[in-house]
Design a protein around this ligand. Structure first.
Ligand code: UD1
Length: 365
C-alpha cells in the first residue's frame, strides 16, 4: 500500500500544506505529517496548527535554529532515519525553506520520489537562501506543482521535463479563502485601536534587510516617514527582534508587537489600507485580498502579483519605500484581476495528480 509523507517545517509551510493534508485525509490517502521543528515557538508554529485545523504532526523532529548548514544537516540526518524506517512512496514538500530542501535531498538520495508545492518561482537572486532552496528542490522533484504562470516558464527554461509540471494554483490561497470569514469576525484591528482600512501593516525578516545595519536603518527611516501619513502596525519576527535591539533602532510612530497567529494576521491584512513587507507569501495574500502591497525588496519571485495584482516593488531605501507607499496609498497603478487558479481548489488539483500518480505506480509494481 502506498504511503505519502507530507513535510512542514517553518511558518510559511503550514498554510500551504494544511489544505493538502486535509484533502488527503478526506480521500483516505495513506499519509503522515512530519514537522521538522525549524520553527518551534508557539507563536510561529503550534498556534498555526490549531488555527488552520491541521492535525498534530505524526512525527516532530525538533530541529530548531542554527546556521544554514547546521539546520539543514540536522534535518537531513533525522529525516533520513525516518524515511528508512517508514519507506514512504512519495515525499511532499512545499515552498523554499531549509526544511524543504533538506527533506527533498534526503528523499532523492534514497530514491523516494518528491513532489514540490509552489515549484518554479524564481527571483533570479542567488544571494537569497530561499532561491537556492527553490532551484535545488525543483531539480530533485518528480512532481512539480506550480502556482502561477511564471513557474512553468522557469522550469521549462531550466530543462525540467514538461510532463513533471502541473499548474494547480496556489494552495496558500486555499487556506486564505477557507479562513477569511473567521478571521474577520475576530476584528483583530480593534485590539490595536486601529480603524479598518486606515492603517498599514508591516512585516520584515529577510536576512538581506534585517542583518545589515545600514539597510535596516533606511527601512526604519522609510517606515517612520510613512507612519506620519498612516498608523503602522509591525508584528516583529523573532529573527528581526535581535538586530532591532542590537542596532538600537526606533521605528517612529510604528506600533511594534510580537508575531501574530494566522487568523489575526489575516484579518489585519484584509482590512489594511496598505501592507509593507519583504515576505513572499504576503505579496500573494494581498493580491488575493485586493489590498495594496509594497514589497521591501528589489525583486520578486512572484511576478503575477506585479502585473496582475496589487503589489509593487519599493526596494529597501528610505526614498524608495516612501515613494512606493505614496503611490500605493494614492491607488494609482493598482490593477486587480485574480490570478488564474487562485480559487481555493489548488490542493484538490494537486491531490488529484498525486492520486493518479500513486495508482499508476501501484499498477507498475
Ligand atoms: C525562514 C525561512 C524563510 C521564511 C521564514 C518565515 C529559510 C532559509 N528561511 O526564515 O524563507 O520566509 O522562515 O518565517 O528556511 N526563531 C525563533 N523561534 C521560532 C523560529 C525561529 O526564535 O519559532 C529564530 C531562530 O532561532 C533564528 C531566527 O529566528 O535565530 C531565524 O529562524 P530560521 O528558521 O533560521 O529562519 P527564518 O529567518 O525564520
Amino acid at each position: 500500500m502506498s504511503l505519502v509523507c507530507n513535510v512542514v517545517g517553518a511558518r510559511p509551510n503550514f498554510m500551504k500544506m494544511a489544505p493538502v493534508v486535509k484533502e488527503m485525509r478526506r480521500r483516505g490517502v495513506n499519509q503522515f505529517l512530519v514537522h521538522t521543528g525549524q520553527h518551534y515557538d508557539r507563536q510561529m508554529s503550534a498556534l498555526f496548527f490549531e488555527e488552520l485545523e491541521l492535525p498534530a504532526p505524526d512525527v516532530y523532529l525538533g530541529i530548531g535554529g542554527g546556521s544554514h548548514a547546521e539546520q539543514t544537516a540536522r534535518i537531513m540526518i533525522a529525516f533520513e532515519t525516518l524515511c528508512l524506517e517508514r519507506r514512504p512512496s512519495l515525499v511532499v514538500v512545499g515552498g523554499d525553506v531549509n526544511s524543504t530542501l533538506a527533506c527533498a535531498l534526503v528523499a532523492a538520495k534514497l530514491q523516494i520520489p518528491v513532489a514540490h508545492l509552489e515549484a518554479g518561482l524564481r527571483s533570479f537572486d542567488r544571494s537569497m537562501p530561499e532561491e537556492v532552496n527553490r532551484v535545488l528542490t525543483d531539480h530533485l522533484a518528480d512532481l512539480l506543482f506550480t502556482s502561477e504562470p511564471s513557474g512553468k516558464e522557469n522550469l521549462l527554461r531550466e530543462g525540467v521535463p514538461r510532463e513533471r509540471i502541473f499548474f494547480v494554483g496556489n494552495c496558500m490561497i486555499d487556506s486564505l479563502r477557507a479562513h477569511i470569514e473567521r478571521a474577520l469576525l475576530r476584528r483583530p484591528w480593534e485590539r490595536f485601536k486601529l480603524n479598518p482600512c486606515a492603517y498599514g501593516l508591516v512585516t520584515l525578516h529577510r536576512p538581506s534587510n534585517v542583518d545589515n545595519e545600514d539597510i535596516l536603518r533606511q527601512i526604519s527611516a522609510g517606515l517612520e516617514e510613512v507612519s506620519k501619513t498612516i498608523p503602522l502596525l509591525f508584528p516583529v519576527h523573532p529573527r528581526t527582534r535581535k538586530p532591532i535591539k542590537q542596532f538600537n533602532l526606533g521605528f517612529g510612530g510604528t506600533l511594534m508587537v510580537g508575531p501574530l497567529g494566522y487568523l489575526d494576521f489575516l484579518g489585519l491584512m484584509a482590512k489594511a489600507r496598505l501592507v509593507l513587507t519583504d515576505s513572499g507569501g504576503i505579496q500573494e495574500e494581498t493580491t488575493a485580498l485586493g489590498v495594496p502591497c509594497v514589497t521591501l525588496r528589489d525583486n520578486t519571485e512572484r511576478p503575477v502579483t506585479l502585473y496582475q495584482g496589487t503589489n509593487r516593488l519599493g526596494g529597501n531605501s528610505r526614498a524608495g519605500i516612501v515613494q512606493a507607499a505614496r503611490a500605493a496609498l494614492s491607488g494609482d497603478g493598482t490593477i486587480l484581476r485574480q490570478p488564474d487558479l487562485w480559487d481555493g481548489k489548488a490542493a484538490c488539483r494537486a491531490v488529484d495528480v498525486i492520486d493518479r500518480w500513486l495508482s499508476q505506480k501501484g499498477q507498475e509494481a
